[in-house]
Each structure stands twice: as C-alpha cells, then as structure tokens.
Design a protein. Structure first.
Length: 336
C-alpha cells in the first residue's frame, strides 16, 4: 500500500516508516519539521534500504495535503504538538494545530476519496483512571489541553465514521513510548528540556544534564514514585503496520490501547537504565507535578484481538536501545 504518514519524521513516525518499508509498503512522509529533523528522513531511507518520498508540508495546508494524498491508500496521522506543560501555557496553539489540522486532514481525505485512517492518540484521554489496568471502555476525561485535543479528535473521527459508513479508523491510545531502533540510527530527539522520563534519564547518563528530578516520592505505589506502562517504540511501530493492514471496508471506528500491560515505577526505570548503560543516573525527589497520576497501565487485550498484536520487547531492551541511540547521538540529530 501507499501510505501518507503525517508527522513521519518524528519519533514514532520515523520508526513506523521503517516498519512499513520492512513489510513492503510505500511510506510518503508529510512533515513540516517543527519538531523533527530532515536527518531522520535520510536515516529512514538508510534503514529501509530504499528512497523514501518526502513532502515538506503543514497539516493545516489543505492544498498541499490534497496533492500529497494522490494515489494514497491510507493515512497514519502523527502530526501534533505533544508537550503537556506547553499545552497548558499555549492552549490556542494546540487547538489550532492538533484539532484544526486534523479537521483539515479529514476534509482533504474525504475530497481525495481516501477512507482509511490510523490516528495517533494517547492514554491521556483516560485522565486519572478509576482503576488499573485500563480498558478501552474506561471513562474518558482529560486533565490538560493536550489531552483534550486528542479526545476531541477521537470524537470527530468517530462522528465522521458514523456519518460516512465507508470511512474506517483505528484510534491508537499509546501509553509511554520509549527506546529506539536497534541500529541506534533513529530515536527520540526532544528539542530543549525533555518532557518525558526516558530521554531525560538518557541525557543525564550521557552527561548532557546533571541530575534527574523525580516528581513525587509519596505516591501510593511500592516505592512511592509514579508507575507507568512503558512500551518499546519498535513494538509501537509494528502495531501501526498491523493497524493499517487491518482497516477494510465496513471496519468502522475502534479505539485500541497500545501498552505492555505492566507497570514500571520511575525508580525501577532508573535502575534498569543504569544497568543497561553502565552509568549512574543521579536523581533527587521533589514535589509532585500538577496533573500527574499515581498509576497508569494498559489492558492490551483488545490489541491482541483486533490487531493480532502484542508487545514483545522488555524493559531491558527498551533501555539498551535508548542508550545505544543516545550514546551514539549525544546531541540527537544535531550530532550528525
């Protein structure tokens, strides 16, 4: 299939493009490089062992999307701003890009007759869960503007599927993607101070940052730190390949959790990374961060039923691959 990958040069998008190529699909990367690097595109082509089509464009540009959608069989939509803290400071920018851009994409898909969509959603749509593990039918509630954009776009896609029976969509709710391609050639490259735990730990280990701040040591968890469901980005990429291959006429719209079904605490992740890297990761426990929850992990059973997919790579592999990427690229793609 020919698949338009919006945000295809980003962290999850780049790994998914490599996985698509490995399955014989043709990925067309659509990215404006606002939070990614053209170097990633070069390395995707290197790992895919063939050229990869690139359209440098904005998700809000209807004319550019129309041209990019010619001959496309399906769309994978990663293109979004994704920093929770920034979304609280700049909610309108998040609404315009994440919601407005998604509406423009859906309109362009309808005009082009492209009826299959895989949407990059998030476990943030569950907010502070009533219980764990979290099933897809758990109450949906959000605690920040970023999460609100994901939930609103999920609802818009659901409404479109109801109104257009020929339109099919999978809403993939990620838990906590970590790790990197085993080659160390592509990985997570956050601009500025990382918002996520693994890249921050990696940067401390490589010497780019002095110390990890652990937000809260008094949660009702075994060691007092927050517990999350970490999933290897290569497992996540494989899930997207399965998703795009699963969509078919009459499929409709379904939401699917992507996680391992196992919780790992902040300190457990620190220790695992120290073991994988052979480096100490100094940390200090500070006050809880507003909006954080104590425990959050997935019930991934629907992914097995709908996609025939389960996470395969364990915490050790997540840490080993993240360290291989970080140590080979201490400044991310700017190291190139």
């Amino acid at each position: 299939m020919k698949i338009l990958v919006c945000g295809g040069a980003g962290y999850i998008g780049s790994h998914t493009c490599v996985a698509l190529a490995a399955r014989g699909h043709d990925a067309v990367i659509y990215d404006n490089f606002s939070n990614s690097s053209p170097v990633a595109v070069e390395r995707i082509a290197e790992l895919a062992e063939r050229p990869v089509a690139l359209v440098e464009g904005d998700i809000r540009d209807a004319a550019q999307l129309a041209a990019a959608l010619e001959g496309v069989d399906a769309v994978i939509h990663f293109a979004a701003f994704k920093a929770v803290g920034e979304s609280c400071e700049q909610p309108l920018a998040y609404f315009e890009n994440n919601i407005g851009g998604s509406v423009t994409l859906l309109q362009a898909m309808e005009a082009a007759g492209v009826a299959n969509l895989v949407f990059s959603s998030s476990a943030t749509v569950y907010g502070d869960p009533d219980s764990v593990p979290i099933r897809e039918d758990a109450p949906l509630r959000v605690t920040n503007p970023y999460g609100r954009t994901k939930l609103v776009v999920e609802e818009l896609i659901g409404d479109l599927c109801a109104a257009r029976p020929g339109f099919n969509a999978l809403l993939l709710r990620y838990f906590n993607p970590v790790g990197a391609h085993p080659s160390g050639r592509i990985g997570e490259d956050p601009g500025g101070i990382p918002n996520n735990l693994m890249p921050y730990i990696s940067q401390v280990a490589v010497g780019a940052r002095d110390c990890l701040s652990v937000f809260g040591g008094d949660y009702p968890t075994p060691d007092g730190t927050g517990v999350r469901d970490y999933i290897h980005v290569m497992d996540l990429a494989e899930a997207h390949v399965r998703a795009v291959e699963t969509l078919r006429p009459g499929f409709g719209c379904q939401a699917v959790n992507l996680g391992t079904g196992q919780g790992v605490s902040v300190l457990e992740l620190v220790r695992a990374f120290e073991e994988a890297s052979g480096r100490k990761v100094p940390y200090r426990v500070i006050a809880r961060r507003a909006g954080d929850v104590a425990m959050c992990w997935a019930d991934p059973s629907r992914a097995a039923e709908v996609l025939g997919w389960r996470a395969r790579l364990d915490l050790q592999r997540m840490c080993e691959d993240a360290w291989r990427w970080q140590s080979a690229n201490p400044a991310g793609y700017r190291s190139a």
